[in-house]
Write a protein that binds this ligand. Structure first.
Ligand SMILES: [Zn+2]
Length: 186
């Protein structure tokens, strides 16, 4: 699972094992609607932060819907041929998956009328086993594993993004029982 064609190689050899364990690479392909010029970016991440689609009445969304939204953002890019910023929806795919995939749900958002931070309470449904990442990747990458089993969750508890605390749930590697950790230190 070594990345050979990407900016992840900016890291030195000492980091290659960490890249194998946690490194994600996302490809963004912008196309200028006027001159049709393409511009490619390869973005490295240690974890991916994915948006939660906002639904009425805090209807349940799936993790797959969040991943789809993450890969179809509206974004601006500078077209070097037209010499202007263009609005575009880039074609995005995950080019490299790690051994351990860390996904962060973006619960903290800006409330548009007030531009104050607020917390989304939209329930997100996710599989405990066999999360299939193949639909979100360039699935011709040798060595990539596309299926993930969940073994840990860190959950924010609190009314707003600025207050509260975190509770974690972890699956024991031998008993397969889930444990809740909500101890705190003062
Ligand atoms: Zn252009």
């Amino acid at each position: 699972m070594r990345c050979v064609r990407c900016p992840l190689t900016i890291f030195q050899n000492d980091f290659l094992q960490i890249i194998d364990i946690f490194g994600v690479q996302v490809k963004r392909n912008f196309a200028c609607s006027t001159c049709k010029t393409h511009r490619l970016y390869f973005d490295p991440y240690w974890s991916i932060s994915i948006p939660i689609p906002v639904r009425e009445n805090e209807e349940v969304v799936t993790l797959e819907e969040c991943l789809k939204k993450f890969l179809t953002p509206e974004a601006e890019f500078y077209c070097g041929v037209c010499k202007v910023e263009r609005n575009s929806i880039p074609c995005m795919t995950i080019e490299k998956l790690p051994a351990v995939l860390v996904i962060r749900l973006e619960q903290a958002v800006l409330d548009e009328p007030t531009w104050q931070p607020k917390k989304l309470n939209t329930p997100v449904k996710f599989p405990l086993v066999e999360l299939d990442m193949a639909p979100f990747t360039n699935n011709n990458i040798p060595g990539n594993s596309y299926q993930y089993n969940l073994y840990g969750i860190s959950q924010h508890v609190g009314e707003t993004p600025d207050e509260g605390y975190y509770v974690s749930y972890c699956k024991h590697p031998f008993s397969n029982h889930w444990h809740c950790y909500d101890a705190y230190a003062e």
